[in-house]
Design a protein around this ligand. Structure first.
Ligand SMILES: [Zn+2]
Length: 128
């Protein structure tokens, strides 16, 4: 019996698979970064609403302590989430250069990698 005919995997196809999955994780990372940025911007846009609600509650002589706490907590979570996002290209914090969080930047603060057309294709992404 000859058993030296073991099936050899095609090296060229596995190599292209690897490159493809690398690009996919790259895109996924960029999409997550983009989403974290969008969340933070949406959070900022709710600030006038929050101020209006607080104003109304104050006028009504109600306690605003818990609302303030919840709002601050949401902000903190989003800000930490955004600040901790790492660039898939260089591995540094995408939005943070030294201390400042640059919200509106669409580029990596370190290697200038752009978010590109990621936001446009956000709709069809199936998030888990
Ligand atoms: Zn980078």
């Amino acid at each position: 019996m000859e058993d030296d005919s073991e099936p050899k995997s095609n090296p060229s196809s596995s190599r292209s698979d690897e490159a493809e999955s690398k690009t996919n994780t790259h895109l996924q990372a960029l999409r997550k970064i983009s989403r974290a940025r969008t969340r933070m911007i949406v959070c900022m846009l709710t600030l006038p609403v929050y101020m209006f609600v607080v104003w109304e509650l104050l006028a009504d002589q109600r306690n605003i302590g818990s609302i303030m706490l919840i709002y601050m907590a949401i902000w903190t979570v989003f800000a930490i989430d955004m600040a901790s996002r790492r660039c898939p290209a260089c591995g540094n914090q995408f939005f943070v250069k030294v201390v400042m969080l640059n919200l509106l930047s669409r580029r990596c603060r370190h290697c200038d990698l752009e978010l590109g057309g990621i936001e446009a294709s956000q709709e069809d992404s199936n998030d888990l």
